[in-house]
Design a protein around this ligand. Structure first.
Ligand code: NAD
Length: 287
């Protein structure tokens, strides 16, 4: 540590609460050490009541930037100087970049998802996809997919407290991109079957499939899938959800949420350092 941390070492933070369980500090510090970059990444317990002071501290200390997680993602934007188009459209920020005193908010979750597709040689640009979900993860995927040039997105969500967020996402995508986007009720399973049938990819981005809903699936049975459909899940614990197991049985190419997690981190890492994480090494560490 005495060799690693010096008077020159630059600080990057993570502001969230609770946060002690996060794997982000280990991931970023491992990448800095592997590449010999003089940065340190530390987690800070910050909630909405201390967020404004924490952002002022980031400015005062001339920190390189910070990640932001729950409960601060949808709140922190008001304390920043500028937002990326995706952060603006999502109404959420997970990465702050300190550009010589100007604090810019980004959201890298959707970038991470799109990059994880590329990493698996999956090309969705110009194609139709169906996405289940309207929460933070789903919104980031839907917005980034539309910005990147996906032709059509059918969004499904249940009529819960996220429905209004889904309507807002549809509206901002229509206002800001040429992507054709429509919202449907996830309980309308025949509509779900119809939309999946002419989609290139189905993305599961709700919490269904992980604790306390482990073993459950938003798609009722295998008959919704065909072998040339690609099926992805944002969940990475468990590594294989009931949905991915079902899709594999049909012969679909599948992808869990680990890649999205890794590449959202890589996108933030790149914004701060101008360099990419050592991806193959990070995959070994995270697996
Ligand atoms: P969120 O709380 O913001 O959204 C929850 C979503 O789940 C909403 O769309 C809600 O309507 C839906 N939902 C909840 N209960 C449901 C039910 N019984 N039936 C159908 N839909 C239901 O959560 P989030 O942050 O968007 O996370 C969603 C999932 O994505 C989680 O499993 C999370 O672990 C995962 N995630 C992964 C990454 C990654 O990097 N891989 C990043 C963020 C989130």
């Amino acid at each position: 540590m005495t060799e690693r941390i010096t008077g020159h070492t630059e600080l990057i933070g993570l502001m969230a609460y609770p946060i002690r369980h996060s794997s982000s500090p280990a991931m970023h510090n491992e990448a800095f050490a592997t590449l010999g970059l003089d940065y340190a990444y530390l987690a800070f317990e910050v909630d909405n009541s201390t967020l404004e002071d924490a952002v002022k501290g980031l400015r005062a200390l001339k920190m390189v930037g910070s990640n932001v997680s729950m409960p601060n993602k949808t709140v922190v934007g008001q304390y920043l100087d500028e937002l990326s188009p995706a952060a603006q459209m999502c109404g959420a920020v997970n990465t702050i970049v300190n550009d010589n005193g100007k604090l810019i908010g980004h959201i890298t979750d959707g970038i991470g998802y799109m990059q994880s597709l590329k990493d698996n040689n999956i090309d969705v640009i110009g194609k139709k996809i169906t996405v289940a979900g309207a929460g933070g993860a789903a919104k980031a995927i839907e917005v980034q997919a539309a910005l990147d040039g996906v032709k059509e997105i059918s969004i499904f969500n249940i009529h819960d407290s996220f429905w209004e967020a889904a309507e807002r996402t549809v509206q901002v995508i229509r206002e800001n991109t040429d992507c054709v986007v429509n919202l449907y009720d996830l309980d309308d399973k025949e509509k779900l079957r119809e939309e999946i049938a002419d989609s290139y990819l189905f993305a599961q981005a709700t919490g269904v499939g992980m604790k306390p809903m482990e073993g459950q699936s938003v798609v009722p049975d295998k008959s919704f899938f065909r072998p040339d459909l690609i099926v992805t899940d944002t969940i990475y614990s468990p590594r294989e959800t009931a949905l991915l197991k079902m899709a594999k049985e049909v012969g679909c190419k599948t992808m869990n949420g680990l890649g999205m997690m890794l590449f959202q981190g890589d996108a933030a890492f790149h914004l701060w350092t101008g360099k990419h994480m050592p991806i193959d090494h990070m995959k070994e560490v995270l697996d």
